[in-house]
Design a protein around this ligand. Structure first.
Ligand code: CDT
Length: 309
């Protein structure tokens, strides 16, 4: 058995005016709770340190850059790393990364239990649009502020297992999980900020949105026989609601822990990485059952090409 107690540290709303230091204080409170419940790994959401700023249209690059971190840890985040090290708890969280070369990414990191960064992921499936869209009830400008990730979907051997990350919209794409599944991933950690309503389809309400949230993470887990830990930043940010629904899914695709609120809330489950083995050796034994001679279009074509009439 390779058991680890995992915490999903859902965060409630962070307002535009809130400081990073305040967000970090809230993260540390959740980390303390997680330690008290025996967790050795805690997963926080996408863009944990600030409000979900891609909903705001900005033109001034200096203003845009105020939402990004130039170093990790930096002065505001160091207390989190210090507390994680003191507790011996590994952490994963998302933030907006500005590289020394001036590139902007939507990034997540994973530390080991000594607070050393052991893995980094940069979001690949950036949703939304790059210019102000008058047709939407609210903006989703990830394509304006971020470059698509340039690191693929790495899987890292740490804490006695194989760990991968993805971010929010990535969870809706089967390719995300399968590329990690092909590296033997045993736990996928992901954070999200998902509006409770569809800005382009008002009839799609929170229930349907939540259904899709579960559907994609449960199928990703089952089809790759891996744990999935999905953690929301939820609540109403400056008038814009985002759903919670943070969950932990086992390698059979079953939800084993689920958040009940849209506030700061910790969900906890003892995950045995060996539970991945059965599925990986039977129905999803990729080496025996995959038929790559028929999958070529997946990696050679983006849009749909319909057959001729
Ligand atoms: N943050 C993020 O990726 N959110 C998207 C919203 C999609 S609507 C533009 C998501 O897939 O949840």
């Amino acid at each position: 058995m390779r058991k680890l107690v995992v915490g999903g540290a859902q965060m409630g709303a962070i307002q535009k005016a809130d400081s990073r230091a305040h967000a970090v204080e809230r993260m540390i409170t959740l980390l303390d709770q997680a330690k008290a419940q025996g967790c050795t790994l805690v997963v926080f959401p996408e863009l944990t340190l600030t409000t979900f700023f891609p909903r705001w249209y900005m033109e001034d690059q200096e203003e845009i850059d105020t939402w990004f971190e130039r170093e990790m840890p930096g002065p505001d985040t160091l207390p989190l790393f210090d507390r994680a090290k003191e507790h011996g708890v590994a952490i994963s969280f998302g933030y907006a990364e500005l590289t020394p070369e001036g590139q902007h990414f939507n990034t997540s990191i994973l530390t080991d239990r000594d607070a050393n960064i052991v893995a980094k992921y940069r979001k690949i499936h950036l949703p939304g649009h790059a210019e102000f869209d008058t047709e939407r009830d609210f903006q989703h400008l990830e394509k304006r502020y971020f470059l698509p990730g340039n690191m693929g979907f790495p899987v890292t051997r740490t804490m006695g297992g194989l760990f991968g990350m993805c971010i929010c919209n990535d969870r809706r794409w089967p390719e995300t999980y399968r590329v990690m599944g092909l590296q033997g991933v045993e736990m996928v950690m992901l954070g999200y900020n998902t509006p409770s309503v569809n800005s382009q389809k008002p009839a799609e309400g929170p229930e349907e949105r939540m259904f899709h949230n579960k559907l994609v993470m449960q199928s990703g887990a089952y089809q790759n026989s891996t744990w999935v830990v999905g953690v929301a930043k939820a609540g109403v940010e400056d008038g814009f609601p985002m759903f919670g629904g943070s969950l932990i899914v086992n390698p059979d695709g079953q939800v084993v822990a689920e958040a009940k609120t849209e506030n700061d809330e910790l969900i906890v489950h003892e995950c045995d990485l060996d539970d991945c083995t059965f599925g990986k050796q039977t129905i999803f034994d990729f080496a025996r059952h995959r038929r790559i001679e028929h999958y070529g279009t997946i990696a050679s074509q983006t849009g749909v090409i319909e057959p001729g009439e």
